[in-house]
Design a protein around this ligand. Structure first.
Ligand SMILES: [Zn+2]
Length: 172
């Protein structure tokens, strides 16, 4: 999926073949005439996540990439349906930044996410740390905006962005 792999520094393990990832992915999706629901791990905000090549990735992004190819750098996959758990490719589109409507939707449904999931907290934290770091690196949002969007302190965002916490994470 990545076009940036340098020949001198191959990934530590082979990438998962696309057809295996595709099969594993769709086994965790419940389809319907409306939204297609992710049945795997979710973040507290309701976004599906799964491990791909040792990194956690958003399920809706993987769904979009399985249908459309690699997501261009700096683009976000957004929901037209406003349902963070949805991975139906027809309900996904890309934009230059996370859109306000989607953020508003998340605030209206704070209890959408199941609780007590095994390892849920660790997955959530790592996923959000990565998301924050990427969003900041891409210049999409300020520290203040990120703190507000994720409901965490300005100082926590600053530490994540500076690599003082979650130093071990890499973007997937
Ligand atoms: Zn949907």
């Amino acid at each position: 999926m990545s076009s940036t792999t340098h020949p001198a520094s191959p990934p530590p393990t082979p990438r998962e073949p696309a057809h295996l990832l595709e099969r594993r992915f769709w086994e965790l999706v419940e389809t319907s005439s409306g939204c297609w629901t992710w049945r795997g791990t979710r973040t507290r905000r309701g976004y599906g996540v799964l491990r791909v090549d040792h990194h956690y990735r958003y399920a809706h992004r993987v769904a979009w990439e399985l249908s459309n190819g690699p997501l261009p750098r700096g683009r976000y996959v957004l929901h037209t349906c406003g349902n963070p758990t949805c991975v139906r490719p027809a309900h996904l589109h890309t934009g230059a930044r996370a859109n306000e409507g989607e953020a508003n939707g998340m605030r209206r449904h704070p209890d959408r996410v199941p609780r007590g999931e095994r390892n849920g907290r660790a997955v959530l934290t790592a996923t959000i740390a990565l998301e924050i770091r990427q969003a900041y690196a891409e210049g999409a949002r300020s520290l203040r905006a990120l703190a507000s969007a994720y409901g965490i302190s300005h100082e926590t965002v600053r530490q994540v962005v500076n690599g003082q916490t979650w130093r071990h994470l890499r973007a997937g």
